[in-house]
Design a protein around this ligand. Structure first.
Ligand code: SF4
Ligand code: MG
Length: 324
């Protein structure tokens, strides 16, 4: 235990190697043990790229991934191994990542066999897989079935059991419930929260759905066009969103209690191409509050009085009031 005090992805640019479009700029995150950090934004904003960068620990072009004080993105494959298994991912479509020819107990056994500290016998592995499947709500008889014999929600349970099998500290969940019916969503989210306490997990939870995020997040980071524009505690973000984009996202979310929010902000227009970012603030082409400075200067993500951080010139505290 005590695997990490904080996971930090810091500074500069995280650039996925394959695609320029996946560029993510100036993203800086830290996740505390037991914390649920949600990364939100519209599709294409770079939140999945951030999640994948962390999950694979593939080296950012600049910036770093820091786990409990160790800069891990520059480590070799061998040194990375113990870190890698502590970060497990669950996906929006678990079916795509489940081998259709494997019984689900074998799907859960496979990572255990690869990562276990000690050699476990076949019988021990099977017992542990059945125990984990039982913990996520699937019985021993079901453990012998194949992925296609399960519903979407059950498949997500299988994916969770597989992730748990190597005793991770951080689970990176990319839209894990967005393909499921709302009633099933709540069951999976509640299961994830129970497992957090039982297994001492942290979550990085990627979602475009604010009602889901409201349900589970301790802290929220909002992304737009590859930039992080606001971070805040859950309560702060929903009662007092500070960045105009966050305000607009909340205004547009049908299922979030409207009485919680203060300003009603609407955004017009299309999301600009990430290949052709606006000058200055990336949100200025859609921001109802934009003013002259916004076109010439990119706002930095600044810590705010009262906690969290905002990248907007309207929230640029006077230097003497709040030294950075
Ligand atoms: Fe809007 Fe300007 Fe703030 Fe950007 S910096 S969000 S354009 S007010
Ligand atoms: Mg995505």
């Amino acid at each position: 235990d005590g695997f990490f005090d904080r996971l930090q992805i810091g500074g500069g640019k995280l650039l996925a190697p394959q695609k320029v479009l996946n560029a993510v700029n100036g993203v800086s995150l830290s996740i505390a043990p037991g914390e649920v950090l949600a990364l939100v934004g519209e599709s294409g904003c770079g939140k999945s790229t951030v999640a994948k960068t962390i999950a694979r620990i593939h080296a950012p072009t600049s910036g770093e991934i820091n786990i409990d004080g160790t800069e891990v993105s520059s480590l070799g494959q061998k040194e990375l191994r113990p870190f890698r298994r502590k970060l497990q991912m669950i996906f929006q479509d678990p079916y795509a990542s489940l081998n259709p020819r494997q019984r689900i107990k074998d799907i859960v056994i496979e990572p255990m066999r690869a990562h276990s500290d000690r050699k476990m016998s076949g019988r021990e592995l099977e017992a542990e897989a059945i125990r984990l499947l039982g913990r996520v709500g699937l019985n021993a008889e079901q453990a012998n079935r194949y992925p296609h014999q399960f519903s979407g929600g059950q498949r997500q349970r299988i994916g969770i059991a597989r992730a748990l099998s190597v005793r991770p500290k951080l689970i990176i969940a990319d839209e894990p419930v967005s393909a499921l019916d709302v009633s099933i969503q709540a069951q999976i989210l509640n299961l994830m929260m129970d497992l957090r306490d039982e297994f001492g997990l942290s979550y990085l939870f990627v979602s475009h759905d604010l009602s889901v995020v409201h349900h589970i997040a301790d802290r929220i980071a909002v992304m737009y066009l590859g930039f992080m524009v606001e971070t805040a505690s859950r309560d702060q973000l929903f009662t007092n969103p500070r960045h105009p984009y966050t305000q607009a996202l909340l205004s547009a979310a049908p299922s979030v209690d409207k009485s919680l929010r203060k300003p009603d902000v609407e955004i017009a227009g299309e999301v600009p191409s990430a290949l052709n970012l606006p000058s200055g603030c990336c949100f200025r082409t859609r921001c109802p509050l934009a003013f002259s400075r916004c076109a010439v200067e990119r706002p930095a993500l600044r810590p705010q009085p009262g906690g969290g951080s905002v990248a907007c010139h309207l929230h640029d505290p006077a230097p003497e009031a709040f030294p950075s």
